[in-house]
Design a protein around this ligand. Sequence first.
Ligand SMILES: C[S@@+](CC[C@H](N)C(=O)[O-])C[C@H]1O[C@@H](n2cnc3c(N)ncnc32)[C@H](O)[C@@H]1O
Length: 274
Amino acid sequence: MEINYQETSKDLLARIDIHEKYGSANIDQWTNDLLKPQAGMSILDVGCGAGKLSFLFNDYTKGGAKITGGDFSEELLAKAREKNKKLGAGINFQFLDFNKPFNFADNTFDLCTSAFAIYYASNLDFTFGEAHRVLRSPDAVLGKPGGRLFVSGPLPENKKMFYDIIKEATNKPIPPMPGSSRFKGDIFNTVSKIFAKTELHKFENHLTFPEVAPFIDYVRASLSEDRKLWTSMFNGHAEYEELIGKIEAVAKKWFARDGKLVMTKVVGGILATK
Ligand SMILES: C[S@@+](CC[C@H](N)C(=O)[O-])C[C@H]1O[C@@H](n2cnc3c(N)ncnc32)[C@H](O)[C@@H]1O
């Protein structure tokens, strides 16, 4: 299955900012608590975007881990490199298409992560096979476990209120979201098949919008014309603006009724060991 998914740095960074401003919980803390990356580790962050997770691990290990961030978007890689330079961090950001063989030797990494990205892969067996290949094998002599894979993504109950408002506004079915529909099923099953041990963890974040405007900013950063997943709902700029207007009207109605808008992000974390 080929998935046409493109992200602009403007949209991605707008959503990250909204999560930080209005969220009740911190996904970075959850990720660090779960993974506890250590200085001396080799880490590969697949679909790193502007480098959110790579910078998180770099901070957590106080620059002591060898981190590689890979993405196929040159625009997002440029953002990541700019920040890397500004911070004087030593992260290596490079081109990586997760639908193609990863350009690394077998047994290279202690940890391979992918936040909200790798589940868009066209061929899950292939991509997770590559992640498995580049992770370190367990070392029975030294008693060292194998490298770990961590993949985060939306669970099916994610952002229910967001989809309900759009459904009410449009009377149309929501286009299939490959992330949430595949995460707990196909993706979890593929990883469990390939890796020795696989666990599913869950993270919930309630985003409380104190007014309608930041919710609409979130909607725009999700549906934007640059993201191909939503284009069945509109054709061109005028229809896009008309759609946003309808969504805003329903959001205002819900806000007047409830006094706030609360959207719960429900995120899964698949943690597997080679
Ligand atoms: C929602 S963003 C997440 C970015 C980052 N991991 C974060 O948490 O901010 C999804 C990322 O997947 C990347 N992506 C999509 N398809 C890809 C592919 N075939 N190979 C590599 N990266 C890809 C996009 O460019 C984008 O950076």
